[in-house]
Structures are given as structure tokens and as C-alpha cells.
Design a protein around this ligand. Structure first.
Ligand code: PLP
Length: 391
């Protein structure tokens, strides 16, 4: 009779990984399933990055490193922030972790006391609310919809902040909506945040480079530099360089907060993998053409999928600003197939051979997250299957 912690009982396993596993199960049972659930690019890690890791191994660079990352990788990260974002950091303001997921985990554990509120716009990356709960914080969800392009308004943000609010989380471009805030929208959100000097802000820039808006990439602090002292920037190499398995993410922010996150990490994983850090450094310092090439392919697939999805009765899809996700409404489809919830619909579509993640997993039911990080032929076939299932 195993008595588990309240902590673990308050959370659920990652639903995106669950869909991937369920699809794998059905495949193993001989069913032909196209997976549109994946949260990772389908490309191989670029050759020059792998070469750097091989070289590191051959050089014997296979031991613990400094908990917060090698000085060389931190230098590359500092240069990246300066060159790409115009943000200046000292080495003691940077923490390298085992993926962006650990960066946010460290942040939650270092920052939150029981009952502290964290404002999270929905649809959200599935892990934010659960990581907040692990740290005994309280997620406060702001709901959005397609008419707002899944972005929060300044009024909504203002209404969500209370005297218990410790942190506001922004993720642009967003997983799962694919939407990015404009500079003007960040200015307006900045005006609200300026009224609450005790509230910290986390900007998750994991999809920074996978963006095709006319405006260049921005986040809350590039647009509102006066918020620098209370903004923590989260980023990583997983998505831009197709390095999800290498597990390298990084955070930059106020020195005392970074030091506390480092303390948490020092008692959990210690440093990230030495070899992966060398690879991440090669990614950041190397030729960026590989990123541009991947983004070109993603944009082509995006255009194909938006058009094709909108031709199917029961599906409505907006153009995205970036990432490799679309977040169309399947409300019509749900009604058509007599499904009570989007999870029921996802199960039906899985039986029809397409694996999607229901919007309820991201806090916005009635939608499906479609990852187009898969081959053109898979995308074409998935459209045929959806047409048939909804025909
Ligand atoms: N942030 C967002 C918005 C994500 O979608 C992901 C991955 O899915 C991460 C952070 C974490 O990435 P990783 O831990 O693989 O570096």
C-alpha cells in the first residue's frame, strides 16, 4: 500500500508524451498511425554540431563541469543575447540546465512558496502549470481564443494579477498556438507590468528563431528594457537546432535568482552533460544557415497545412506566426462525430490513423495541436485521413 506524496498526486504525466506513447502502442499492434503529436523537429542535428561533440569525447571532455555550465558555453550564450536580443548579461546571470524544462523547473522551485500565484496564459505549454504545482504554487490561467489569436489583452493581465502573484509567464512564439506577440502588444503588456513592481516575468523564447512575421523577434524585455531587473529569459538549443535529445537549455536574469536556481540544480542534476554543452556552444557560435534552412521548410509545411485543414468541414485554422504547430478549432468536427470532449475526438482520430494532441491538454478545449514537424508525405496522408474521418 504505497502512500505517495500529495505533490505527485497533484500532477499528471505530460499529455503530449502520452499521445506519442499511445501512437507507438497502436503501431506496435500493427496499426498504421501518422503522428502529428511530436514536439520536436524531424531533422537530424546539423553535422558541425555533432562533430563538435565527437571531438569533445575524443579530447576526454567527459567529466563533471561547473554546475551552471562551462565558461565557454556561457560566453557563447552571453554573445547570443547581446547580438540577437540586445540584452547584456554577466556570467553570473546565466544558468545552463538539462533542457528548457529544467530551467523552468529550477525557477519554480527557487521562487515559489505554497500559495504563490503564477499567471499563465492558455493555451499554454503543458508543463508550466504542473511544474508550478510541484513547487506548491497556484497556476492562474488566463483564457484566450482564436478571435484574439490566442493572445492575452492588457486588461486580462491586469485582472489576473493579485497581491499573491509572484510570476507572469509569457511564451512567444507560443507552443501550442504558434502565435507571437507584436511589439505594440508587448508595449501594452509592459504598461500593465510596470504597475506591479513586485511581480517577476518569465519569457520563454524557446521558439525565437522559428518565426516568419514581418517584425523581428521580440520579447517583453527587449520591448520594455526597464523590466530587465525582474525578467528571466528562458531559451535553449532544443528546437532551433533540432537538439531535443541533447538536453541543453539556459536561463538569464537577476543574479540572486539565477544563483538560487543554480543551488537547486546543484542538488538535483549538477551540471548538464559535458559533451552536450560543447555541442550547444558549436550550435550558438557556428553558421546559422542550418536554422534558416529548417525554418524555410517549416514555413512551407505551415502554408500547406493551413490551406488543407481549412478545406475540411469542421476544422478552422488560423495562420501561425512561427513554431512548428498549428492550433485549429475542431469544434465542428467534434459535433459532427458526436464527441463529448476533444479527448474523445482525439481517440476517434487516432483510430482513423492520425495522432493529435487535444486542446484541453493545453487549457483550451475544442482545438487540436497539430505538429507539422514531419515529412510532406505524412502531412498529405494525414489530411486525407482527416478528410475521410470527417467526410
Ligand atoms: N518551452 C517550451 C514552450 C517548449 O515547447 C519546450 C519543449 O517542448 C520547452 C520549453 C522545453 O524544451 P527542452 O526541455 O526540450 O529544452
Amino acid at each position: 500500500d504505497l502512500k505517495l506524496s500529495n505533490r505527485v498526486q497533484s500532477i499528471k504525466p505530460s499529455p503530449t508524451l502520452a499521445v506519442t506513447n499511445r501512437a507507438a502502442e497502436l503501431r506496435a499492434a500493427g496499426k498504421d498511425i501518422i503522428g502529428l503529436g511530436a514536439g520536436e523537429p524531424d531533422f537530424d542535428t546539423p553535422e558541425h554540431i555533432k562533430d563538435a561533440a565527437k571531438q569533445a569525447m575524443d579530447n576526454g571532455f567527459t567529466k563533471y563541469t561547473a554546475v551552471d555550465g562551462t565558461p565557454d558555453l556561457k560566453k557563447a550564450i552571453i554573445a547570443k543575447f547581446k547580438n540577437d536580443n540586445g540584452l547584456n548579461y554577466e556570467a553570473n546571470q546565466i544558468l545552463v540546465s538539462c533542457g528548457g524544462k529544467q530551467s523552468f523547473f529550477n525557477l519554480s522551485l527557487a521562487l515559489l512558496n505554497p500559495g504563490d500565484e503564477v499567471v499563465i496564459p492558455a493555451p499554454y505549454w503543458v508543463s508550466y502549470p504542473d511544474m508550478v504545482k510541484i513547487a506548491e504554487g497556484v497556476p492562474v490561467i488566463i483564457e484566450t481564443d482564436a478571435s484574439a489569436r490566442f493572445k492575452i489583452t492588457p486588461e486580462q493581465l491586469d485582472n489576473a494579477i493579485t497581491d499573491k502573484t509572484k510570476l507572469v509567464v509569457l511564451n512567444s512564439p507560443s507552443n501550442p498556438s504558434g502565435m507571437a506577440y507584436t511589439k505594440a502588444e508587448f508595449e501594452a503588456l509592459g504598461d500593465v507590468l510596470r504597475k506591479y513592481p513586485n511581480v517577476l516575468i518569465a519569457t520563454d523564447d524557446m521558439y525565437e528563431h522559428i518565426l516568419w512575421t514581418e517584425e523581428d523577434f521580440n520579447n517583453i524585455v527587449t520591448v520594455n528594457p526597464d523590466l530587465y531587473e525582474r525578467t528571466i529569459v528562458l531559451n535553449g538549443v532544443s528546437k532551433a537546432y533540432s537538439m531535443t535529445g541533447w538536453r541543453i537549455g539556459y536561463a538569464a536574469g537577476p543574479q540572486p535568482l539565477i544563483a538560487s536556481m543554480k543551488k537547486i540544480q546543484s542538488q538535483s542534476t549538477s551540471s548538464p552533460t559535458s559533451i552536450a554543452q560543447v555541442a550547444a556552444q558549436a550550435a550558438l557560435e557556428g553558421n546559422q544557415q542550418c536554422v534558416k534552412d529548417m525554418v524555410t521548410v517549416f514555413k512551407k509545411r505551415h502554408d500547406f497545412m493551413v490551406d488543407a485543414l481549412n478545406e475540411i468541414d469542421g476544422i478552422e485554422c488560423l495562420n501561425g506566426d512561427g513554431t512548428f504547430y498549428l492550433f485549429p478549432s475542431f469544434k465542428g468536427a467534434q459535433a459532427k462525430l458526436n464527441c463529448e470532449t476533444d479527448t474523445d475526438l482525439a481517440e476517434k482520430l487516432l483510430e482513423a490513423g492520425v495522432a493529435l494532441v487535444p486542446g484541453s491538454a493545453f487549457g483550451t478545449p475544442g482545438h487540436m495541436r497539430i505538429s507539422f514537424a514531419t515529412s510532406d508525405s505524412n502531412l498529405e496522408q494525414s489530411i486525407e485521413r482527416l478528410k475521410k474521418a470527417l467526410g
